[in-house]
Every structure is written in C-alpha cells, then in structure tokens.
Design a protein around this ligand. Structure first.
Ligand code: ZN
Ligand code: ZN
Length: 410
C-alpha cells in the first residue's frame, strides 16, 4: 500500500480551531493513519513538504450542479446528451483544483458520473448525486416557456436536465423510488419558486404537503433524506414540518422559520456566491430570471445571521451555473464577512460531512478519516483569501490518498 507523508505543516484542527504546528500527516492507501509531531521515517513513502503551509481537510460543497454548463437551464436541458456530459468534465476538474474534494449535486448528476470519478476515469470531486430533482408542473424545475405546447415534458430524459416534472402523491412516490433505484444518494425537491426558472414567482410554495410527505417517506425508507429548495419562511417551515432535512438557499428566512428548523434539527445550505454574479447578463441567465435575483440577493447575507442566531448548522453551498462556476470559492469570502473565518471553514468541512452522513470520514484530518487533504499557502483562519481565490493558493489537493492537483504543475 502506498504511504504518503505530508511533512512538517501546520495542521488545522477544524473542531478546535487551532493549528498543530510542525506536524506530519501519515496516509496509508486512501486513509489518514496518523497526525504526529515526530519525524516519520518511511523508506518508500511519497513525501510532500508542507513546511510553513496550512494542511487542512478537503472542502465539501453541498450544493452544486456539475451538469449545468449553460446558465440557461432550459437550453442546458435541450443539449445532446454526450455534449452535456463532456461539458461537465472541465467543471469537475476545476472544482477539484479549488480544493473541493467532495460535492453534493443538487440536481443533474447521477450514478454514472459518480462512478466515472470514483473509478478514476475522470478527475473530479467525489459526487453525492441527487439524480433529477423533483419539481411540480410549473415549478422551479419546469423550464418550458409559457408559449410552449404543454405536452408531457421530454426534457427530463436528457442528461442536461437538472430536474423532472412530476405531480401527484403516487407519481412523486414512484419518481423518488426511481431516482433511488438509479443511484441518488438523497432526493432533491423544489419546494418553492426559484430564480433560474421562467414561470414561478419566488413567493410561491410548490408541492402539496401530501406530496412532500410521500417523497420524504420514500427517502427515509431508503435510509436517506430530502433536500428542499426553498426561499421564503412559509416554504421553509412547510418543507421542514413535512420532514425535509436540508433547506437549500433559505434567503428569505425569518426568526420563526429558523426556530422551526432548529426544532426539527434541519440544516441550512445557503448559496450566496451565485446571486452576486447571477444578475450579470453576460453569464447567460434569461431576462425573466435576472429580474428575480434582486429579491433574494440582499436578504441572503441577513439570512446567515438569522441561521447563526437560531443555532441552525449551515453547510457550504455555491449553486453556480455555467461559466459562473469559476466563482465557487467566493462563498468563503462572502460568509467570512458575516460569520468569521472559522465558521465558514467548518461549513465546508465538518458540517458538510454531517449533512452527507460521513462524520469522521470526511471533513477532518484525523486517524481513520478518508485522506482528502489540502496544502494551502497562508493561514485561512486570519486571511480567508488563502482559500477564497479559487486554486491560486491551493498547492496540493490530495483525494483518497492520491495527489490529484499540484499548483506547480497546473
Ligand atoms: Zn434551488
Ligand atoms: Zn441549485
């Protein structure tokens, strides 16, 4: 088994928020076996010199769409399957170089793409796919224009479609079972209006409570959970009371809704990086969608304080589409301004691992954990720019114990 030693770096203990200075991380195969201040002595080890650098867990982004290479999600869905797939490859590679060793895909990615990464066929973050998100007719996953003939939607069978349109208790139950059969690790639902879809105002709730409960029931039967896209307090409370475990976006949350989330032990996954660039027409979001951005952009920053005060744990999300995916690491900077550096770093590691039910396996540098490790120039506890500038200061990305990206060979 290959032994890799990351030697003499400042190892960030993310639980305690302190550095173990001049420590080495010993990796055997794909696992971390030791963090030590002794000089480890292995004759045949791969040695990474980390002196003067920060050694920290690989990042987890809990809300991405790796198949959304086009910000116009209707157009994205209409692409030929092979083109949609190939366009995802550079997006995956770039995420990995920015230090994201794991992502939860919030609609689009499936078991096939997850396998392509896991078997080493393509470089990319480890994927927890949702398959197709479930959306009601006229909901946030329905990209048909008002002027379309509203025949049964065929776009949902395309690789580039992030969602499928399905209505009614029996039908959503079947759809959830199908996505689980196809390899979804959690079920994504559209529980309120959204930005990137043409015909559903943000203030709308989506799906009946019976439909949401049926989907949650199916997810729980398969020992997994539901992640719900929801913006307003009304939509958040409704989804959480029906059993959704993570609330995606949540920009328009108020104290009462945050309290309900706390009572139900729900998680929030804010996705603020997306709104700052979404308003910019050059990134190809359709006009009717751009008009919706302002409504949620400013409230987004306030939502961080509301979740924080109510003690609702927050995972790191970015939710960027098309060329905007390059701005993924901006989320660190935006959140650090409100919450401080340590809390946002925990969102992208410890909390992400909890959301994925991988606590102790991912998001931590400790014996027994999967060896997803970053070697970073600078101290992200005092200078968030060490991680907020994409790949710029990420010297090494190690995933499953293997070096998958090196800055000096970029
Ligand atoms: Zn969403
Ligand atoms: Zn999304």
């Amino acid at each position: 088994m290959t032994i890799t030693v990351i030697k003499g770096g400042n190892v960030l203990d993310i639980e305690k928020g302190v550095f173990l200075e001049g420590h080495s991380v010993v990796i055997e195969g794909d696992r971390i076996v030791e963090v030590t201040d002794r000089e480890p002595d292995f004759a045949e080890a791969v040695i990474i010199d980390a002196r003067g650098k920060t050694v920290m867990p690989g990042f987890i982004d809990c809300h991405v769409h790796v198949l959304a290479a086009n910000a116009n999600l209707g157009a994205n869905a209409a692409q030929p399957n092979i083109l949609a797939t190939i366009r995802a490859l550079p997006l995956l590679d770039a995420m990995l170089r920015r230090g994201f060793t794991t992502v939860r895909d919030a609609g689009g990615a499936d078991w096939a793409l997850q396998q392509a990464v896991e078997t080493g066929l393509i470089p990319g973050p480890r994927i927890f796919p949702s398959g197709k998100a479930l959306s009601q007719t006229g909901g946030h996953g329905d990209f048909r224009a008002r002027s379309d003939l509203l025949d049964p939607c065929s776009c949902c069978f395309r690789v580039g479609a992030i969602a499928r349109v399905v209505d009614g208790v029996d039908a959503v139950r079947l759809a959830a079972r199908e996505e689980i059969l196809k390899g979804a690790t959690q079920i994504k639902i559209m529980a309120s209006g959204g930005v990137a879809s043409p015909n559903d105002p943000i203030a709308n709730t989506q799906y009946s409570e019976d439909e949401i409960r049926a989907i949650v029931g199916e997810a729980e039967a398969a020992n997994t959970y539901v992640m719900a896209h929801a913006y307003t307090s009304r939509a958040i409370m409704r989804a959480v009371r029906c059993g959704a475990r993570t609330i995606e976006h949540g920009n328009l949350v108020d104290e009462a809704a945050a309290q309900v989330m706390r009572e139900h032990k729900a998680y929030a996954v804010p996705t603020l990086a997306t709104y700052d660039v979404l308003a910019d027409e050059k990134y190809g979001l359709p006009a009717d969608s751009r008009a919706k951005v302002a409504a949620v952009q400013r409230a987004g920053r306030e939502s961080l304080s509301i979740f924080h005060k109510a003690d609702v744990p927050m995972g790191f999300g970015s939710d960027l589409l098309g060329d905007m995916q390059a701005f993924q690491s901006n989320e660190f900077r935006i959140r650090a301004e409100v919450l401080g550096n340590l809390e946002v770093l925990r969102s992208a590691t410890l909390i992400g691992a909890e959301i994925l039910n991988m606590k102790g396996q991912l998001g931590t540098i400790s014996p027994g954990a999967i060896a997803d490790v970053l070697v970073v120039d600078g101290d992200p506890l005092v200078d968030i720019e060490a991680v907020a500038r994409g790949a710029e200061r990420i010297h090494y990305v190690i995933q499953n114990g293997k070096i998958v990206s090196r800055l000096d060979q970029a």
